[in-house]
Design a protein around this ligand. Structure first.
Ligand SMILES: [Zn+2]
Ligand SMILES: [Zn+2]
Length: 272
């Protein structure tokens, strides 16, 4: 039986003869159902029309996307370490050529995902690389649409994956919203891989924090402060956001602080 994939958010669902009546991720206030109605595809169908794209970001970091762009259009990040490689976030498609490329780079030993919009086809990815664990924050358990034994829920505020990789729970966009600190990034100066939890914006000098990006629903001051406090103890100079090219190359820690201050001033009604 197929595992249907929602064409709006790219989430793969548990197997069934028929597609689900609706996609819970898209019915949620943070997403949307297109005016033309709910539509579905499958991983097999997607393989015929799209392929994975791959791009070098910096030493030991490779971006993986889907082209033509599909659903939300995020790119995942493949982080290499001496003791195993981690896939950060996920995309709906995994094509056979990419499996070969990733195996040639040493495979994947774990998957970690920032929030439910990027759960995508995570179980396909886990299985292709030997049922590797998928680390998700427990607070977002209700949003798992394809349960699987490979999913490992973690709780609390931080979770070390070893090799200088630390999951940091920020909340905000989702209760379990998580970013990944990569200590070895940028030649040891540190990088933060943030998905939608700390969103790099168009000028690539600022970030933003939203409950819903497509529906323009902001977060409260308390939630923004909590996000910034969660990442404050970590050293980093670069932030990799959720999409191709959405990267703050240098001075990212100051940019996150400055962006939060601007956001809080706006919420308080001050002129910027
Ligand atoms: Zn959906
Ligand atoms: Zn999101």
């Amino acid at each position: 039986m197929p595992n249907f994939i929602c064409t709006t958010c790219g989430t793969q669902h548990a197997e069934g003869e028929q597609p689900p009546a609706q996609c819970a991720i898209c019915v949620d206030d943070r997403q949307y159902v297109k005016p033309t109605g709910q539509q579905w595809t499958t991983h097999d169908m997607l393989r015929r029309t799209n392929r994975n794209s791959i791009r070098f970001e910096e030493p030991d970091l490779i971006g993986i996307g889907v082209e033509p762009s599909f659903a939300i259009g995020q790119r995942a990040l493949f982080v290499r370490t001496p003791k195993g490689n981690v896939l950060w976030d996920c995309v709906p498609l995994l094509d056979p050529a990419l499996v070969e490329s990733v195996r040639a780079l040493g495979g994947i030993s774990a998957i970690a995902i920032s929030h439910p919009h990027y759960y995508a086809s995570m179980v396909e990815w886990s299985r292709a690389f030997g049922d590797v664990p998928i680390y998700l924050h427990l607070a977002d358990r209700q949003w798992v649409m394809r349960p699987d034994d490979s999913i490992t829920f973690w709780d609390g505020q931080t979770n070390s994956l070893g090799e200088g990789l630390t999951l940091i729970r920020c909340g905000g966009h989702f209760e379990g919203g998580t970013v990944l600190h990569w200590q070895a990034g940028v030649g040891g100066k540190g990088a933060l891989l943030t998905g939608d939890i700390i969103q790099v914006v168009a000028d690539r000098k600022h970030v933003s924090f939203m409950f819903s990006y497509p529906n323009y629903v902001p977060l409260s001051a308390a939630k923004v402060e909590r996000i910034v406090q969660a990442v404050e103890p970590f050293e980093y100079v670069r932030v990799y956001g959720a999409f191709w090219d959405m990267v703050i190359e240098h001075g990212a820690k100051a940019a996150v602080r400055r962006s939060a201050e601007r956001y809080l001033r706006a919420l308080a009604g001050d002129t910027l």
